[in-house]
Design a protein around this ligand. Sequence first.
Ligand code: ISE
Length: 338
Amino acid sequence: MLKVGIIGVGAMGTQHFLRLMNKISGATVTAVSDVNEAHAKEVIVPYAGVRFIADPIALINDADVDAIVIVSADKTHEEFCLEALRLKKFIFCEKPLSASAEGARKVVDAEMAGGKRLIQLGFNRRFDPAYQELKELVVSGSLGEPLVAHCAHRNANYPAPFDDVVAVTGTAIHEIDTMSWLVGDYFTKAQVIFPKCTKYSKNENLHDPQIVLLTTSSGMVITCEIWVNCQYAYDIRCEVLCEDGTATLPRHARVNVCTKNSNTFGMTSDGLGFFEESYNVEFQAWVDACAHDSYCAAAASAWDGYCAAVTTDSCLKSQKSGAIEAVPLTDRPAFYCG
Ligand code: ISE
């Protein structure tokens, strides 16, 4: 049984805790840490034997913790990954790997120096059946070469401290990793454009929506609409234009209701619920890989996290300059191939 310590039991961390305790086989949570001690203690109350450890570094070092799940504030991911790598413990880290490309590179370098792949990064869409189906079709080549993709990432409302930086490092980063994985290419250029802003953006540091334009090394162009105040629901879209046809992400199955002169499908504002299945599959894959003292090749690695961070750094630069910025990526090291 894999003994897991979780750092961060906010909305997402609590769901990961419950998932590991109730849905995933082969793992149990032995300790949690959170800046909000009262809340963390409430979360673990029904689960006898789970300890609260106030200091996250002490949790990582705890003898009864074999593997760490990092769901704390983005700026803390790098430090906690480095400490867990030092102790050669398995790591599931939510995105981003680090708040900056420079920080992400430090984590990659530390993992390579340790000689063993220990980090799985939480880019959950790689485990989403709808995205997997779309990827399979695109890479099969049956529609010819992909030329353009249009993505939309819409949240009904944004969580409290949200600004232009988080719109890129917290939201657009999903499109960045997903599209790079889907078409098997990396980005060479990035630009961010600010259209007219919605009246629902209550934060003067948040332009909403914004458009992220990415160019891949093969010349494919990807447009990503990032709109975190769309009001109506959590809505994720993707259409890939190929030489011989287009492929569109299937919508998640919802009941279709027909009433007098109307035909409707329900939607949800709950992003975690929207991708529930992908989270379950990615966690089971992580636990199974740890049990085999290995890593899950289908999951995002620290290198993928680094590539995403280099791309988001270029997007942040473009938010300020308005220009097309280069994405300075280098080849994937052999350590991260396969
Ligand atoms: C959040 O961090 C996520 O990961 C969600 O999937 C995304 O929709 C949201 O915009 C982010 O803030």
